[in-house]
Design a protein around this ligand. Structure first.
Ligand code: FES
Length: 177
């Protein structure tokens, strides 16, 4: 089949039936998210629950975690994958402790993103899509993060870093433990 690879998302969905297990505390946390939505709209809890599963599975969404959510919300596994693959805030492969997401869209691009990206990658010794050998940093290029007025910008974890310069980037990276 043209274009299919052993690691395609379709293959991953079709091949895995393992279901993750979570502690009673985490299950309670998930139920508290669920309780915010009408009983016939449980699907609306998918995004906050994906965040919980991502946190609990070591920073990324693996098949067992996705399968758990499908079962928990009584959804098809593909329904969960549809949402998980749409947003760049969900990681579909392991990432480093500090996940650097650099905006590559127009405003950031014309305001200096290429220089910022080159600087970060050469400082860390990796290319976009890669993780440093010590597992500390992952660099990912993403589409607009909605902070165009402060371009160029990047997100590390949940924090936005804006109006970036090479000097500012150095300080930010040096402060990452
Ligand atoms: S273009 Fe970079 S935040 Fe919008």
């Amino acid at each position: 089949m043209a274009g299919a690879t052993a690691t395609s998302y379709t293959d991953r969905v079709l091949r895995s039936d393992e279901i993750a297990e979570f502690s009673p505390e985490v299950i309670e946390e998930m139920k508290s998210h669920l309780a915010k939505y009408p009983a016939d709209r449980t699907r609306s809890a998918l995004i906050p629950l994906l965040f919980v599963v991502q946190r609990e599975r070591g920073g990324w969404l693996d098949n067992p975690g996705i399968n758990f959510l499908a079962q928990f919300l009584n959804l098809e596994v593909t329904d969960v994958w549809e949402t998980a693959t749409f947003y760049s805030m969900f990681n579909l492969r392991p990432v480093g402790r500090h996940h650097i997401q650099i905006c590559k869209t127009l405003s950031c691009r014309i305001m200096g993103e290429p220089e910022i990206t080159e600087h970060i990658c050469s400082k860390l010794g990796i290319r976009p899509g890669e993780t440093t050998e010590d597992g500390k940093f992952t660099v990912t290029m993403v589409e607009c993060l909605g902070s165009c007025g402060t371009a160029p910008m990047m997100q590390i974890g949940f924090d936005y870093h804006e109006d970036l310069t090479v000097e500012k980037v150095d300080k930010i990276l040096d402060s990452c433990q």
